[in-house]
Design a protein. Structure first.
Length: 232
């Protein structure tokens, strides 16, 4: 009568120490083929109560390796995020290239920024460069100089906006806005701004980089030169 095959050892079954010794003896290149195990093995030296220099060096090396691994993982995540951002920017650029009017530009911005960039609100404001100061003095007397400086510097800004500025840009939707990215736009004879907003107060913070926003503003500004603009 055929004997049943022995059951395989359960995952929690420990091998006898001698079996481990015999295996390593028969396979002296084991740690050469699996060097990662050396990082986790503890090999204390007989130095009494004192910690040996070798043990201390090994411990420091392990900490360094863990730190390098964490840094590498962070760099990989940043690279993946940048790749995803570039893909979204590419799609938005293609949509803007196809736009033939200001309304089509605005629709492309609203669709792509809502869908791909999780914006809660998107607004575009355009002004005649010759009438900008008079317009701002009338509409935003307390912030006219601030906005003129924004258009003069041509640099995006991020962070929370005062209620008066939010009401001016977003009207009735302003009470839901917690943070904003303001991007300056400049076309022939026209200044403007693109406002991208979020209900999340940390979505657009003052300390965040604005390189991507500046590139977006350049793309939109060039697009505006090729389309029919509404009256300003």
């Amino acid at each position: 009568m055929k004997q049943p095959a022995p059951e395989p050892p359960r995952p929690d079954t420990q091998l006898p120490e001698q079996a481990v010794v015999d295996y390593l003896t028969a396979h002296p290149d084991f740690f050469t083929r699996h060097p990662q195990l050396l990082r986790d093995l503890s090999l204390p030296h007989d130095s009494g109560n004192a910690v040996s220099l070798i043990e201390r060096q090994v411990e420091l090396l392990r900490k360094q390796i863990k730190g390098y691994q964490a840094s590498m993982d962070e760099l990989v995540e940043v690279a993946r995020g940048n790749d995803a951002l570039q893909a979204r920017m590419h799609r938005l650029t293609l949509e803007l290239i196809d736009a033939a009017s200001f309304d089509e530009v605005l629709n492309a911005l609203e669709d792509e920024l809502h869908d791909d960039f999780q914006a809660d609100a998107v607004e575009v404001r355009l002004f005649s460069s010759t009438d900008l100061r008079e317009h701002l003095d009338q509409e935003l007397p307390d912030y006219s100089a601030t906005f003129r400086g924004f258009f003069s510097n041509q640099q995006p800004i991020c962070g929370p906006l005062p209620p008066q500025q939010i009401d001016y840009i977003f009207g009735a939707e302003g009470d839901r806005i917690a943070s904003t990215a303001l991007i300056p736009l400049q076309s022939e004879g026209v200044l403007g701004l693109l406002a991208i907003d979020s209900r999340d107060p940390q979505r657009f913070a003052p300390h965040q980089g604005t390189e991507f926003l500046a590139r977006l503003g350049e793309i939109i500004s060039h697009t505006l030169k090729a389309v029919s603009l509404p009256g300003v």
